[in-house]
Design a protein around this ligand. Sequence first.
Ligand SMILES: NC(=O)c1ccc[n+]([C@@H]2O[C@H](COP(=O)([O-])OP(=O)(O)OC[C@H]3O[C@@H](n4cnc5c(N)ncnc54)[C@H](OP(=O)(O)O)[C@@H]3O)[C@@H](O)[C@H]2O)c1
Length: 233
Amino acid sequence: MDYHGRTVVITGGTGSLGIAVVGALIAAGAACHVPYRTETEARTFPHRSHTQVILYPQIDLTDEDTVARLYQQIPDLWASIHLAGGFAPGRLAATGKSILASQLDMNLVTCYLCCRNAVMAMAAHSTGGRIVNVAARPALEWRTGAGMTAYAASKAAVAALTVALAEEAVKDDILVNAVAPSILDTPANRKAMPKADHAAWPKVEDVAQTILFLASPENKVTRGAIVPVYGRT
Ligand SMILES: NC(=O)c1ccc[n+]([C@@H]2O[C@H](COP(=O)([O-])OP(=O)(O)OC[C@H]3O[C@@H](n4cnc5c(N)ncnc54)[C@H](OP(=O)(O)O)[C@@H]3O)[C@@H](O)[C@H]2O)c1
């Protein structure tokens, strides 16, 4: 996949999956625009000094004006990859309105605002573009969301947003898709589940390759897909 001359936004780019996605995009020649919120995470971001990476500090992606200003700064946007999100486990009885609201904010609102601003930026320069969101396995297989109901609902909303927007945006040659990971092989998941079969978990580098294809000019026909990336789980 060739990204030379292509500008890409990667939200959550300093997180576990984000580091792999940004690394793969750098190797493919992209200019990577990476907003972030937390300084401690940015300090350990391995690509922070790379010449193809531009970092945007203090970006809370739940804030509508902040997201609008971010996209207004980025010229000739080709692709926008929305990895920002997070997980709050809990059965329904243990999950009150504040946790539901925070899951919707983190997973749906960040994605919605970035999709909206990306589509407007791409439509303005009329050369098409690509958007890739991140859902999760419970967004495709609702029964697997037992014990994580607020998370499952928020990621199912990301999946619905992806498919609906894909139909809206295709007229502007913008192809919108998502991936749906199971449990990713990340340091945080290994720490939380030390006895699990880590070898079966999808590797972030492999998921990054799926994302890169969906966001690339080589993807000419795929839209509205929620692609399972489950490894051997
Ligand atoms: N890890 C898994 O097993 C798994 C499975 C299925 C789906 N996913 C999804 O895959 C994506 C990446 O996961 P990951 O494991 O790489 O998670 P991660 O390491 O926690 O990275 C998530 C990133 O999103 C950022 N973020 C969250 N809310 C934000 C906000 N309001 N404004 C700006 N940035 C925000 C976080 O920044 P802060 O550090 O500032 O919070 C962090 O950089 C997430 O959407 C996650 O839900 C992950």
